[in-house]
Design a protein around this ligand. Structure first.
Ligand SMILES: [Zn+2]
Length: 308
């Protein structure tokens, strides 16, 4: 039997590492020889993607919107200073429906501007957030109420959806006359049961559409502007002369649907509803176009509502 030379401590440490012997055995041996213990590093796992949190505060909502929405800076979102209004409500998952009022001293007309009622129309929310800044720079006799994201659950999913968290198209859930018959029939026969256009089990079955309905009943807006995408036109329902264009968008009235906001507000409640269809759901218009649309909207409100 050859006599092995006594092991020196550094050699033992090296061998342990090379042979990948259990850290426990090595450490025990090394310790027995009176040396320092080599810490056993925990295995390196790939970093886990954090689960998508349901935003409950404005800063959480802004963080998620800035990450997802096209051309939206955190400065624009922070400047919007969203808050929960007096008519507080949450989405199905629990995100507050945030709003921002911009009021000049002599404001007496009320205009409600809604974005993101369809969660996969990302540019609509970005536009409304930009318009909050524009309203702050444009004194008028209008009390503006901006609601950039009516359907947070739909927009903030990994894959944004048109419908809310219960699969309801909020823009088919308003209580138009004969909804019980017309909305389900339209869905079955005209959309062939398209899940993206499911009107819900009954009118106002969803907290988001109930919230908007309550806003209309209590705050009584003189005008509602609802921003959508991606058809690149203007639509209008209501008792006054429609705007002919906003920026590059021209009037093209596409008809009414059972349960839609335009039908409920404009036709049934006689509150003018301007429906803006931006040309892309995933690209926000350029700054100059956002500004031009805003100026055209102001001009039309002055002509038709007496705004200044
Ligand atoms: Zn839409």
């Amino acid at each position: 039997m050859p006599v092995l030379p006594p092991l020196r401590k550094p050699t033992l440490i090296l061998r342990c590492a090379l042979l990948a012997v259990s850290g426990l055995v090595c450490a025990t041996t090394v310790l027995a020889l009176g040396t320092h213990q080599v810490p056993v590093a925990p295995p390196k796992l790939p970093p886990k993607a954090p689960p998508t949190l349901v935003p409950r505060t404005v800063s959480e909502l802004c963080a998620q919107m800035v990450r997802r929405l096209p051309n939206l800076s955190s400065a624009v979102c922070a400047r919007a200073q969203l808050v929960q209004g007096a008519v507080a409500s949450n989405s199905i998952k629990g995100t507050p429906i945030f709003q921002r009022d911009v009021i000049s001293d002599n404001a007496h007309l009320r205009v409600l501007v809604i974005g993101g009622i369809h969660g996969d129309e990302l540019s609509s929310t970005a536009l409304v957030l930009n318009w909050i800044g524009a309203a702050m720079e444009t004194p008028s006799n209008i009390h503006w109420r901006f609601v950039p994201l009516m359907n947070p659950d739909g927009m903030l999913q990994d894959k944004p959806t048109r419908t809310n968290a219960r699969g309801v198209d909020l823009n088919r859930n308003f209580p138009t006359p004969n909804w019980d018959k017309e909305a389900p029939n339209y869905w079955r026969q005209r959309t062939k049961n398209d899940p993206r256009r499911y009107p819900g089990p009954q009118p106002l079955s969803e907290p988001e559409s109930r919230w908007l309905h309550d806003q209309m009943a209590q705050w009584k807006p003189n005008l509602i502007v609802s921003v959508h995408a991606p058809y690149g036109v203007l639509d209008f329902d209501g008792p006054t002369v429609a705007p002919q264009r906003l920026g590059r968008l021209y009037l093209d009235q596409v008809g009414i649907f059972p349960g839609s906001l335009g039908n409920y507000g404009g036709v049934h409640k006689k509150v003018p509803v301007v429906t803006i269809e931006l040309p892309s759901a995933i690209r926000t218009p350029q700054e100059a176009e956002i500004r031009q649309m805003w100026l055209d909207l102001l001009r039309w409100t002055a002509e038709r509502l007496g705004a200044n």
